[in-house]
Structures are given as C-alpha cells and as structure tokens.
Design a protein around this ligand. Structure first.
Ligand code: ZN
Length: 430
C-alpha cells in the first residue's frame, strides 16, 4: 500500500467527487486566465458554472497537438509568464515543436506523482537508481531524476548510450534499479549477457518509460539481467511528462494517477466513449495543472480501461499498456492494424525472438500485401522455421483478421535502437 505518496482519496467512491472539484477548478482557471481557452469555451457555449457533474465533461471542447503547435512558443498559457519556472519541448519530429511549461506547483505535483511510481515499484531509500534516459530539454531525464531524489533514493544520472560506462556503474556502484527505454533495456540486457557479468551486478528492478513495450522484450530483459520485476511508466510531455502511472506488480495493467487527471477512452473517429474494455484513444483533462491545464487533450495513444478492483489492493484505477498510436494505425484491406496487436499475438508464441517488423506493400496486381518479419528465438534451430511461420500467420489471421506472409530471420538480425524502434513500415505510395 502507498504510504508516503498515497492517493488523495481514501475510498473508490470518493474519486468522482474529487475529480469533479478539480474539473471545476480547471475550467474556471482556464476560462479566466487563457484567451485561447476562453475563446474555445465560448464557441462551445460552456461557462465554468455549467460544470455541475462529471458527465458535463462531454460538453467541453477538445484540444489537440495542433493547438499546441499553432500557439507556439507558449501555447495555452494560463498564468503570468513570470510564474513559469521551467519549459520542456516534446520530442516531436516534424514542424514546430510543442513547448509545455510548468509553475513551481506543477513541478511539485509532478515529482510527487513520480515519487509515487518509485514507491509503488517497491523501492526503499536503500535503492540505487541508474537513470539511462535522455537529459536536457526532455521530460524523461528530469522526471526520473528529480522524482527519485524526491523519493529519496541514490541516483546515478548516467544518461542514454555508453554501454561501457553503464556496465562499470552497474558493478562498481551496485545499482539496484535501472530506468531506461525498453530498447535501451534490451541493449543493456544483451550487453550484460555478452560480457558475462550477470553474476557481478545487483539489479533487482527495471523501470521502463518513454516507449511502448512488448511482453517479449520484457521477458528477454528479465532473463538476461536476472531481475524479477520490470515496471512500465507511461507519460507524455503535455501531461507533465513520464510518471503519471505505473504498471501493477500483479501484471494486471497500469495504475494511473486519477487524482491528478481524468482519463477518457474515446473512439478516435466518433469521439464518443468506447464500451467498457474496448480499445480507444486516451484523452486527458488535468485537475490541478496551473501553467498549461489540459482540457480533453487528444493524445493519439491507444489503450483500454481495465475494469474491477486489483488484487494488489490499490484503489487507483487501471488502463492497459499503450497499444499503439492512432497515427501509427494503418488500414490494410479495410482492417485497422496497430503495432500493439501484433505484440499481443507474437508474445504468446513459443520460439519467437523479441523483435519483429511489419511491412505493407502495394502489389503489381493492385492489392495490398503484408509481410511479417520475425526473429526466431535465440538458439532455436532453423528447422522449425516453416512450422513457426505457419503458426504466426494463423495467429495473425485469428486475432487481426488479416492474411500475411511470414519471414523468419535469425535472432539479433533486426535493428535495435536506444530510442524508439519503428516496427510498422507502410511502403505503399498514395
Ligand atoms: Zn494493482
């Protein structure tokens, strides 16, 4: 149970009244202090006094990445500029960056959220946390670092890359917790394995953030680093940064900090709520963010809510892991496909390595064709390739309702990166 950074409500039925208060504050704050939000809300015909129940959330207009880009450099600002103590751009790759900013209180809230992640992962102040994510402008380094300091563990701000230095620190400083992206975690695991130093390191836990993970990657990381617990931290720069939830140790989904924000799961096309347990887009509304409050911010990330209470006893609600982005979703012969679905299929199969690629091409006959390239598991004989390929094709057909060719490639032959690994390649020309 969370003692140092507990939820701000004691019983599940207290969450809705708590969120309503935060929602009312957010709408009123944004309406009074941000010309952007005032205009948006006026156009939608909603005034702060109209928010009487949580259901009134559906009357509020959406915000999206374009709103942040269009109002560059300090979009959706709802405080005096002198109240800002920090800015963080998002790591977007095209066009103008989105720049988000924080007040002193926003930073304090974020660090409490992040410290809660470390507490929920079962860390103590005896732990030594090696942080191998990007520092500088990005939220990842700042969040993992100051969150761990706020929690009170020893931090090792190693940054990404430099596997030689990482391995030295793991041994000499007796690191117990590794924080990194899933791709970096995989690289580290393979490096530790290659160097044969597994018995000389003291890692107990790995906390992964800033990238979607697959079950196969987590299994490889656990095996090669000899750790029992691997946690997943979700987060996006627009919503403070990473640290807005943590995967449960019972592997029942991700507990998210519903006392800091409201999460809606909406159909990306119709923008109405999906049925319970169905996949939809994550839409965020903050409850106490001052500098840049979010009102129904469309994240493009896809997941589903997990119903019911959790065996761990935590009352904070859960969502599933991120199953892809509505932007990454490709339409293949009329079927929506996203990377998370392929992960789900492949992770349940024996004999499959941790990496795969999906290639979609336009054939000369005018039809679209899909090829799935999958690494065979380490040390598996290639004599099983034909059986493996048939099993994978069958699994894809059953779960995604698409027919595909399957190519089995040697273990370690697909690219790995320290940052985000691209897995769907849509090579069709439009
Ligand atoms: Zn739980």
């Amino acid at each position: 149970m969370l003692k140092r950074f507990p939820p701000k409500y004691a019983y599940p039925e207290e969450l809705e009244p708590f969120q309503l208060k935060g929602l009312q504050w957010t709408v009123s704050h944004a309406w009074r202090n941000s010309p952007f939000y005032r205009k948006r809300l006026d156009v939608a015909g909603v005034a702060p006094g109209d928010i009487r129940t949580l259901a009134d959330l559906s009357r509020l207009p959406f915000t999206a990445a374009e709103d942040l880009r269009d109002n560059y450099p300090l979009p959706l600002l709802s405080v005096e500029p002198k109240e800002i103590v920090r800015i963080h751009p998002s790591s977007g790759t095209t066009g103008k960056r989105k720049i988000l900013c924080d007040t002193q209180k926003d930073i304090g809230d974020w660090l409490c959220m992040f410290a809660r992640c470390y507490e929920m992962a079962g860390l103590s102040r005896e732990d030594r946390v090696q942080i191998c994510v990007g520092y500088g402008l990005w939220t990842a380094g700042a969040g993992f670092q100051w969150g761990a300091e706020r929690f009170g563990a020893m931090t090792i701000p190693a940054g990404p890359g430099n596997l030689d230095l990482q391995c030295t620190f793991l041994q000499d400083l007796r690191t117990t917790v590794l924080c990194c992206t899933a791709s970096m975690g995989l690289l580290m695991a393979e490096e530790v394995h290659t160097r044969g130093i597994r018995d000389r390191i003291h890692l107990r836990k790995v906390i992964l953030g800033a990238e979607r993970t697959s079950d196969a990657m987590i299994a490889t990381i656990k095996e090669l680093l000899g750790v029992e617990e691997v946690y997943d931290i979700p987060g996006l720069t627009e919503l403070y940064g990473p640290g807005t939830g943590l995967s449960c140790r019972y592997e029942t989904g991700i507990h998210y900090w519903a006392d800091y924000y409201i999460l809606e799961i909406l159909d990306p096309e119709s923008l109405s709520p999906v049925a319970p347990g169905e996949i939809g887009e994550m839409v965020y509304t903050t409850l106490g963010k001052e500098a840049v409050p979010l009102i129904r911010y469309r994240s493009r990330d896809l997941t589903r809510l997990v119903e019911g209470s959790c065996p761990c006893g935590c009352i904070l609600p859960r969502h599933d892991k991120i199953l892809g982005r509505s932007d990454d979703m490709v339409v293949f012969r009329g079927v929506n496909i996203y990377p998370g679905q392929a992960d789900e299929v492949l992770s349940k199969m024996e004999g499959v390595g941790s990496e795969y690629q999906i290639l979609i091409e336009h054939g000369e006959d005018g039809k679209d064709y899909m090829t799935v390239k999958v690494e065979r598991a380490n040390q598996l004989n290639e004599g099983y390739d034909a059986v493996l390929a048939r099993t994978i094709a069958g699994g894809m057909k059953r779960n995604l309702m698409v027919s595909c060719a399957v190519e089995i490639v040697p273990y370690g032959s697909l690219p790995r990166s320290e940052r985000k690994t691209k897995r769907i390649f849509d090579n069709r020309r439009y």
